[in-house]
Ligand binder design. Structure first.
Ligand SMILES: *Cc1c(COP(=O)(O)O)cnc(C)c1O
Length: 451
């Protein structure tokens, strides 16, 4: 090879985006490595080295673009140096197969409905994009990738659905036997095809320990390709920024300040919103809405972050005592509490308040909101009251369809909730799971027999 060619290769590789670890900005990896390894070896989370801004023209015409077109524009900015345009288009088309409508329920409250995907929760966006990205990154390999996912319910079904029938990929779900809800179990065990559900005779912690052990098992890894698909993967995080752009595209009066309330647990959803803001999205304020698991709200109030054991609430997908993406938020703002506080308002609410909010939204606006969205609604309401600014585009991010929490909603409102067809369908299908013990040797043997 002549030196000219080497030089060209150097320049090209420098153009590609690097991802650094939140624990060490000098530790940088390629997009491919960041996606396939998921977490940095030092325990840090990956962040894109550069988050570049759109020029103002993009926002002038944004309301004429569809969600898919917006997703494509945003993903080109984020992933354009690593995935060529035609491939990126394929990934977006395969992932964003449902809408994220903004429904206006009052003059200054809109609901951003993120539950129109196959598992009725916002995690479908990131999970599907990640699945198609991993399949793309593995396209030239003749080895199948085995994705191991330990799940206590919802994450597993979003991930499994995202990978469903995706080429070159097997998904092995581990869930604790008799410790997930009936609906959740049906969602996990009725897909078939390239998805296998392992019913572990143990707890969620046992499931997680088995997955960890498998990743650390060198001999096993030399025999088969194992990969994780957890919520901290950047290919899952970054696509969650698409729908914030979509929310802005749909608000009626773009001259009013836009304020977006995000029901938060691990804070991946909110972090994606903050990244959208960094890309130039004109959002005046993000609101971190929390339930009694309020460590982030306390951090905003006091500048002290103190993790604590999670407590059980009605909005259980937010029951997190040590949010994994907190380090990403610190990183985005250079650990500057004042700057974080300027962009993010935060409030936490009890279960009693959540129940009241479900009632209020139903009786005042004739809208069925789920317990997570209800917490988001309360935080937006507090913001409006405290700032005495009614002239805003308030947006409540509705993270799940209310029928996923039918029992709660039916009890609170004394009504019968209709289950959407895509959920009802899986409730009638036959459960297919393989029961195994919580002992590593049994799990290992199972894996070796699947390849
Ligand atoms: C996962 C989840 C959340 C919390 O999202 P984070 O990104 O972890 O903050 C909120 N609501 C629902 C319904 C969820 O499934």
């Amino acid at each position: 090879m002549n030196t000219g060619a080497i030089c060209v290769i150097r320049v090209l590789s420098e153009l590609k985006m690097k991802y650094y670890s939140t624990k060490n900005k000098n530790y940088k990896v390629s997009f491919r490595d960041a996606v396939l390894t998921g977490i940095s070896p030092d325990g840090g989370l990956f962040m894109p080295e550069e988050i570049s801004e759109f020029d103002a023209n993009f926002f002038k015409n944004i309301s004429e673009l569809s969600l898919k077109e917006i997703a494509f524009g945003v993903s080109e900015k984020l992933f354009g140096s690593d995935i060529k345009t035609s491939d990126l288009e394929k990934i977006v088309n395969a992932s964003i197969t449902f809408d994220a409508p903004l429904v206006q329920i009052s003059c200054n409250i809109n609901v951003l409905e993120l539950f129109h995907g196959p598992t009725l929760a916002f995690k479908d966006f990131g999970a599907r994009f990640m699945a198609n990205t991993i399949s793309y990154l593995n396209r030239n390999s003749d080895k199948e990738v085995n994705i191991l996912v330990a799940t206590s319910g919802d994450t597993g079904s979003a991930v499994a659905n995202g990978f469903y029938k995706v080429d070159g990929i097997n998904v092995i779900l581990l869930y604790p036997s008799e410790k997930v809800s009936k609906i959740q179990e049906q969602q996990l065990t009725t897909l078939g095809e390239n998805i296998t559900a392992l019913e572990i005779l143990g707890t969620f912690d046992d499931c997680q320990a088995l997955v960890k052990k498998a990743f650390a098992d060198q001999e096993l890894n030399s025999k088969m390709t194992l990969s994780s698909a957890n919520s901290i993967n950047i290919a899952r995080l970054l696509p969650q920024s698409f729908y914030y752009f979509n929310a802005f595209a749909r608000v009626k009066d773009k001259n009013l300040p836009t304020v977006i309330s995000v029901p938060s647990g691990n804070f991946g959803n909110l972090t994606a919103g903050l990244i959208a803001k960094k890309m130039g999205l004109p959002v005046k304020k993000f609101i971190a809405a929390t339930n009694s698991n309020d460590v982030f709200t306390k951090y905003i109030d006091t500048s002290v972050f103190q993790s604590k054991p999670s407590v059980k609430t009605l909005s259980n997908a937010m029951d997190v005592g040590n949010p994994s993406n907190f380090v990403r938020i610190l990183d985005l703002y250079n650990h500057d509490h004042q700057r974080i506080k300027k962009d993010i308002y935060s409030r936490s609410f009890s279960d009693e308040e959540t129940v009241q909010a479900i009632k209020e939204v139903y009786s005042n606006y004739n809208y069925l909101i789920d317990p997570h969205g209800a917490v988001g609604f309360l935080a937006l309401k507090d913001y409006v009251a405290e700032t005495a600014n009614k002239n805003i585009n308030g947006v409540v991010v509705e993270t799940a369809h209310h029928s996923k929490f039918a029992e709660i909603v039916e009890n609170v409102l004394n009504i019968k909730v209709e289950i959407p067809e895509r959920l009802a369908k899986c409730l009638t299908k036959e459960k297919q799971s393989i029961k195994i013990s919580k002992h590593y040797n049994d799990f290992r043997e199972f894996l070796l027999n699947t390849k």
